[in-house]
Design a binder for this molecule. Structure first.
Ligand code: FPP
Ligand code: MG
Length: 343
């Protein structure tokens, strides 16, 4: 693929594997995993089966990893974390997972990370309830933090997640180029939770405003970068790599960065691309194949790569306010790791 974000050095690629980047918080990650395995057990075997299905589809646990790394990187003397930091990491993963279970209902998705979704395997009704159950668990965790500021931050995240989905639904198949709207939606859908996770640990640590604000901005920019890369992968990756059909965003009328770069050209290429969307040809296999080809061959991919890199840089710049440590190094490398996902 042209427009790759990789540095091309295979050693770099190896070093940028997520387990290696999360190594400085391995012990804490194990506690998060244990919590997710044991505390979600329910006396109903069927509920337990549903929860196992959700957590077995094996997320990468990037969000709890970020919570733990930002917490340690900003802890006085880089000291050990408290149980409250573990709970913060857990609740961040619970909210993420719950939102995906609900998202699969909205998107009528059959697969998530190559596994059958709850809505497909059982029903929409059950998937809504499983998502709600996870949000309820997250609320209990939030209460246990005993920190009103963090309750407010995560309350905002829940609102943002819903607002992001509503904005997206309301804009389906709309071809006017609205970069501001695209970025605001990306903040709501993705960056808001990243940002909450990255600055709540420093709040628990009693850090000053400067560090808290920098970690908030690190998370926001990283989250936007993550969403842009996700949108790009929908165009460049194969269905096997994605664990779901490629081109799914545009097929559903969701206009993301690679498509916006084509639409804003206002030339013949843009017009035929717009026609494919407006006439719903993108909902059919031939139409989506043609649209994907246009985005790949007319610079949509390369420009999107550049946009993702811009946000990656903004994110890394915020780390300067932290003292050097292995935790800060990992936070920096995670930015590169997320970019590398584009191969
Ligand atoms: C993935 O989007 C979905 C999200 C990032 C958030 C979805 C949020 C909701 C459904 C609202 C949650 C409800 C409450 C009560 C807070 P995507 O479809 O672009 O990504 P995908 O390809 O991974 O499915
Ligand atoms: Mg989806």
């Amino acid at each position: 693929m042209t427009g790759t974000l990789s540095s091309g050095h295979s050693e770099t690629t190896k070093a940028l594997e997520l387990p290696a980047l999360l190594e400085p918080v391995t012990a804490e990650m194990q506690l998060v995993e244990q919590w997710l395995q044991s505390n979600l057990v329910d006396d109903s075997a069927f509920v337990a089966t549903l929860l196992t299905q959700v957590f077995q589809s094996g997320g990468k646990r990037i969000r709890p990893g970020l919570v733990l790394l930002t917490s340690r990187a900003s802890a006085p003397g880089f000291g050990e974390l408290s149980p409250r930091h573990i709970i913060l990491a857990v609740l961040t993963e619970l909210i993420h997972t719950a939102s995906l279970v609900h998202d699969d209902v909205i998107d009528r998705a059959a697969l998530r990370r190559g596994q059958e979704t709850v809505n497909r395997k059982w029903s929409d009704k059950l998937a809504v309830l499983v998502g709600d159950l996870l949000f309820a668990q997250a609320s209990i965790c939030l209460a246990r933090l005993m920190n009103p500021a963090i309750v407010g931050i995560y309350g905002q995240v829940l609102g943002d997640l819903c607002a992001g989905e509503i904005k997206q639904m309301n804009q389906q198949f709309a071809c006017q180029v609205d970069w501001d709207g695209y970025l605001r939606k990306s903040v709501c859908k993705t960056a808001s939770l990243f940002s909450a996770g990255c600055h709540s640990g420093p709040i628990l640590n009693g850090c000053g405003d400067e560090v808290v604000a920098a970690m908030k901005s690190y998370g926001t920019n990283l989250g936007i970068c993550f969403q842009i890369v996700d949108d790009l992968l929908d165009v460049t990756a194969t269905s096997e790599e994605l664990g779901k059909p490629a081109g799914g965003d545009l097929a559903q009328g969701i206009i993301t960065a690679p498509a916006l770069f084509i639409l804003e050209r206002k030339d013949e290429v843009a017009s035929s691309f717009e026609r494919l969307i407006k006439e719903r040809a993108v909902c059919q296999p031939e139409g989506i194949a043609e649209a994907l080809q246009i985005m790949k061959s007319q610079g949509g991919v390369e420009q999107t790569v550049k946009l993702a890199r811009d946000y990656a840089k903004k994110s890394k710049d915020e780390l300067r306010c932290l003292k050097p440590s292995q935790f800060r190094d990992s936070l920096e490398s995670i930015v590169d790791y997320l970019l590398l996902r584009t191969r």
